[in-house]
Design a protein around this ligand. Sequence first.
Ligand code: AMP
Length: 545
Amino acid sequence: MSQPTPRSGATPYALTIRRILEHPVADDPGQEIVYRDLRRHTYADLRERVHRLADALTALGVKPGDTVGVMDHDSHRYLEAFFAVPMMGAVLHTINVRLSPEQILFSIEHAEDDVLLVHADFLPILEAIRGRIDVVKRFVVLSDDGARPPATVPFAGEYEALLAAAPARFDFPDVDEDARATTFYTTGTTGLPKGVSFTHRQLVLHTLSVATVLGSAHHASFRRGDVYMPITPMFHVHAWGLPYVATLLGVKQVYPGRYAPDALLALIQREGVTFSHCVPTILHMLLRASGAERADLTRWKVLVGGAALSRPLARLALERGVDVVTGYGMSETCPVLTVAFLDPEDLAADLDRQAELRTRTGRALPLVDLRVADEHLGEVARDGRSTGEIVVRAPWLTDGYVKDARATEKLWAGGVLHTGDVAWRDARGFVKITDRLKDVIKVGGEWLSSLELEDVVAAHPAVAEVAVIGRPDDKWGERPLALVVARPGAEARVTPRELHHHVHAYVQKGLLPKQVAVLEVKRVEAIDKTSVGKVNKRALREKHG
Ligand code: AMP
C-alpha cells in the first residue's frame, strides 16, 4: 500500500481575487486599459490604482467585512473596485443603477453598504433617496472630468483626488478564500430584488473554468492577443465575470462608459476590439444602428447570453462577419454555466445550420454538473426532445439569497440549484432552453415553447421584434399571443393572416407543433424590457394577458 506523501511544509495558498491581478501585471505591465476616449493607462497603473483605492477606502473607515457600494458606468474605476474592495477583505456591492430609486434604496439598506461610490450622472437618484439611507457613512463622487458636483450630498471626496492623495502601496491582508467578495441584487420583475453573493474561491474557480472553455474554443475564442470590451453592465453578475478573465489573461481592456450605439461601434473600430459579450437586445441595437453597415465587424467575436439569441439575429450577425455564440447562466450562478461553441466539423455548415447551432444554449462548462431533470430530479432522455428543468451543481453557485432563508430553500431544493429554465438536451450534450418555467404556455394540455415560436415569427421580414406569451382561454386552457413590433414602413404586413401563413409553413415542415394554429397576433409599438434589457414577460402578461 502506498503511503501518503509527507507534507513538505508548504503553506496553504488561498484562491483569492488578488491572485488574478498579480500574474498579468508581472507578465506584461505595459498592457493597456482604455476608458472611452477619455483615458488610457497600463496594467502597472491598474495595480497602483488598486493599491491607492484600498488606501483611500481605508482612510474612509472601510474595514474587512464592510460593504462598498458602486454606482458607475462600465469604467476603469469599476475594474479597480472589482479588485481593491475584495482584496481588502471587504464586500463589493455592484448596484443596478437601472432599478427604480426605491429598489436601489432597498438594495443599499439590505446589503448594509458602509461607503458608496457614485458617478455624478446618478446624483439625481441619490438625491431622491438620500434622506432615507441609514447605513451609508461616507459618499464618494466619481466624475469623468474631476469636477466636484454641487454640494447637495456631503461627499468625502472625488475619486481621482482621493486616489492622488493616497499612498501608492497598500498592505493587503490575507483573506480567507471562503470570505464573501461580491454581492448584488437580481432584477426581479416584481416585488423586491433578491440579493446573491459570491466568495473569492467561487469567483476564482469561475474565472478559471470560463477562461479554459473560451480559450480552447475552435471559434469565438477569447485568449491572449484579443482586445476585450464588455457590453453587459458591470453591475450585473460582474459583467458575467469576464473582466476577471480578461485581467487574468492580461489582454487589452476597453471600458465603454454609458452604452450608445455609435460610441460603441467607434470604440470597436478604433481600439480594435475583438471580444465582447452582450444580451441579444444590445446586439440587435448595434447591428441595426445607423452607420453599422459601414463598420468592419469581421474581427469581432461576441458571446451572447442573458436571453435566448434568435436565429434571425444570429444569421444577421454571421452575415456581417461577426463570430457569434450563445452562453447561458443566471445571477445565482456567477453566472456562466454553458457555452454553445461549435465543433470544427460544424463550422463548415451553411449559415442556416450554423445559426441553429450557435443559438443552442450550449454545453456545460468544466466542473459544472448540469442535469435536465424531471420532477423527481431524474435526468430526462438526451434525445433532443424530452424537456425538464435545468438543475445544476458547480463550485461557484451562490449559497443562497442574502437574508432570505425561504427563497434559499426553494432555490436549493433537493441539494441542486433550480434554474427555473425548461430545456432539452441532445446526444452531443447540447442543451436548448425552450422556456422559463413561469413562462411556459400550455395549449390543450401540451407545452408549447414560446422561444421557438418567437424564433419563427422573428424570421418574417416585416417583424422587428416579437414576444410570445400565454393568454387564458376557455377552450384551450391557454392560447399563445404574439406581440409584434413591425419594421419601420412594414406595419401593414404585420397582420394575423400574414403571420399565420408564415407560421403554417413551419408546421407543414414539421418544425412547429400543430397547436400554433391557435396563435393570436397583436401589433404593438414596443415590448417591455427589464432593467438589463430582457423581455419582461410578466409585465406583458399583466398588460395583454
Ligand atoms: P438573470 O439572473 O437576470 O441573469 O437571468 C437569468 C435567466 O436568463 C436564466 O434563468 C434564463 O431564463 C435566461 N437566460 C440566460 N441566458 C439565456 C440563454 N442563452 N438562452 C435563454 N435564456 C437565457
